[in-house]
Design a binder for this molecule. Structure first.
Ligand SMILES: *[C@@H]1O[C@H](CO)[C@@H](O)[C@H](O)[C@H]1NC(C)=O
Ligand SMILES: *[C@@H]1O[C@H](CO)[C@@H](O)[C@H](O)[C@H]1NC(C)=O
Ligand SMILES: *[C@@H]1O[C@H](CO)[C@@H](O)[C@H](O)[C@H]1NC(C)=O
Ligand SMILES: *[C@@H]1O[C@H](CO)[C@@H](O)[C@H](O)[C@H]1NC(C)=O
Ligand SMILES: *[C@@H]1O[C@H](CO)[C@@H](O)[C@H](O)[C@H]1NC(C)=O
Length: 439
């Protein structure tokens, strides 16, 4: 295993965790982040401040810090309720050009706008509304990649719109293929990219019709999709997601042999269900990440965002016409949604354990519960003109912009803010473990 001591705050000196150097480093970080305009302060636990014998003048706003209950750190961001937020939305289709056609619901005549006016309230704390300046400052000189399908792209476009109050990125894509975009925030030297990989593993469309006329895909469950796995090594953050393409008919390959399928309706092939392929796809994607020689980034699994088709499946007339969120007691994660969620979280946990051995960090951007409660946030039939012939006529999968998916940026920023402390603690632990092993 490679020694990565050079990037650890302790360096090679093997000092004790609470050495003055670390404290200085942390204070330094705090001072640095404190001067960022707009925003109170980062939520570092109080004990980190305790060691600063003489707060300098930059700590004038220390009261803000002290007023933040330290329990906030432990609060589960992802369980809570949607509460009204009259201040939303923070952009419109007139101020933001990054909204994808099919998610520009107001353009296509969606009559209601209540669905934009909610914010997520975790049970044990508050989730601050996204602060674009703070986000860009935190990610100065860094890079972030979205790896997944069109819901991943949906998230990226939402983030671009949320950031647009401060800066728009320039297009620095390596290809004209819209599925592989690169954006650069020049004032911040921050790069954002998206990699299209709806199945996360190598896949091919074997038949564009198939048993349900929605295509039949060959998935090579043990093979990397090199379109992204060869490109992400230098990124600081990866946000991985997938799900919705696994509902379609698929034939599964392992060791280059057919091992089974999902709803392929071929009588000599066993139906292993979509969960089989879904689980293995995540396993392989994480294995790819853990096997990258020089990757040192943080990997977020953005968990499954359930669709909300009612009165029929997506290709059988199902639709989503609600105009209000559910309360948490009105919807339960169950059946397919629960299976998919559990499969990806289990694979995530395994990958996290593997990654830890190399000092790699994994984080759960656990959007499932919040999005389960948002049947009102999808384009439905307002993702295109009524006469247009599109595959997903009633879209209950993607999210209107502006809309509830904007909250994913609130989550992401809050997680990045907490990352400083958490990573620090984990690195110390990693060092201690290494030290013990070295004895
Ligand atoms: C912080 O400092 C105060 C006063 O010096 C002390 O009473 C308290 O125990 C310290 N707290 C921690 C967590 O070290
Ligand atoms: C924005 O939405 C309005 C309806 O609210 C629509 O009339 C307009 O065409 C849309 N503009 C763009 C640029 O999408
Ligand atoms: C911009 O960030 C990259 C890392 O993403 C770094 O390699 C490069 O040196 C930075 N450029 C400047 C001008 O700071
Ligand atoms: C299943 O049968 C079809 C046609 O009968 C054949 O082309 C295919 O190779 C068979 N698949 C397997 C796994 O034996
Ligand atoms: C809609 O598209 C499908 C597939 O592209 C095609 O088979 C069908 O004829 C089209 N229907 C209309 C009304 O254009």
């Amino acid at each position: 295993m490679k020694h990565q001591s050079t990037e650890l705050p302790l360096g090679k000196t093997q000092q004790l965790p609470k050495s003055p150097k670390i404290v200085l480093l942390i204070i330094f970080t705090l001072v640095f982040l404190t001067v960022i305009p707009y925003y109170p302060l980062l939520k570092y636990p109080l004990y980190l401040l305790n060691h600063s014998s003489k707060p300098t003048s930059s700590f004038d706003s220390k009261d803000d810090l002290l007023s933040i209950p330290s329990s906030t750190e432990k609060c589960d961001l992802f369980s809570g309720e949607w509460i009204p937020n009259p201040k939303a939305p923070y952009y419109t289709n007139k101020t933001c050009w990054a909204i994808h056609e099919h998610q520009n619901c107001m353009k296509y005549g969606r009559p209601d706008s209540e669905f934009m006016k909610w914010r997520w309230k975790p049970s044990g704390c508050n989730l601050p509304i996204f602060n674009p300046a703070q986000f860009l400052e935190l990610l100065r000189g860094k890079s972030l990649a979205f790896v997944g399908d069109s819901v991943g792209r949906n998230q990226m476009q939402s983030l671009i719109c949320m950031l647009s109050r401060v800066e728009y990125p320039i297009d620095v894509s390596y290809t004209s293929d819209e599925r592989f975009k690169r954006w650069k925030y020049t004032s911040y030297n921050f790069t954002m990219a998206s990699f299209w990989t709806p199945h996360l593993v190598k896949s091919k469309e074997a038949d564009n019709n198939g048993p349900t006329h929605t295509g039949l895909f060959s998935l090579y469950l043990d093979e990397f999709d090199e379109k992204w796995t060869t490109q992400v090594e230098e990124f600081d953050y990866l946000i991985i997601s997938a799900a919705h393409w696994f509902f379609r008919p698929m034939v599964f390959y392992e060791n280059d042999r057919i091992v089974g399928c999902h709803y392929c309706l071929l009588d000599n092939i066993t139906d292993l269900t979509m969960y089989y392929g879904f689980r293995k796809a995540f396993r392989t994607a994480f294995r790819a990440i853990n096997s990258l020689e020089n990757y040192k980034g943080i990997t977020f699994l953005r968990t499954y965002a359930p669709s909300h088709f009612e009165n029929g499946l997506w290709n059988q007339g199902g639709n989503c016409v609600r105009t209000r969120p559910f309360r948490s007691n009105e919807a339960k994660l169950e059946d397919q949604n629960l299976e998919l969620y559990m499969a990806q979280v289990e694979e995530f946990r395994k990958a996290e354990r593997e990654g830890k051995k190399k000092g790699l960090r994994y984080r759960l951007l656990d959007t499932t519960q919040a999005m389960l409660l948002r049947p009102d946030g999808h384009p439905s039939r307002y993702g295109h003109w009524p006469h247009e012939n599109v595959t997903l006529y009633n879209d209950c999968v993607h999210w209107c912009l502006p809309g509830p998916i904007d909250t994913w940026s609130d989550f992401l920023l809050e997680m990045l803010k907490r990352e400083g402390v958490r990573s620090h603690e984990e690195r110390l632990q990693f060092l201690r473990d290494r030290k013990l092993q070295g004895r």
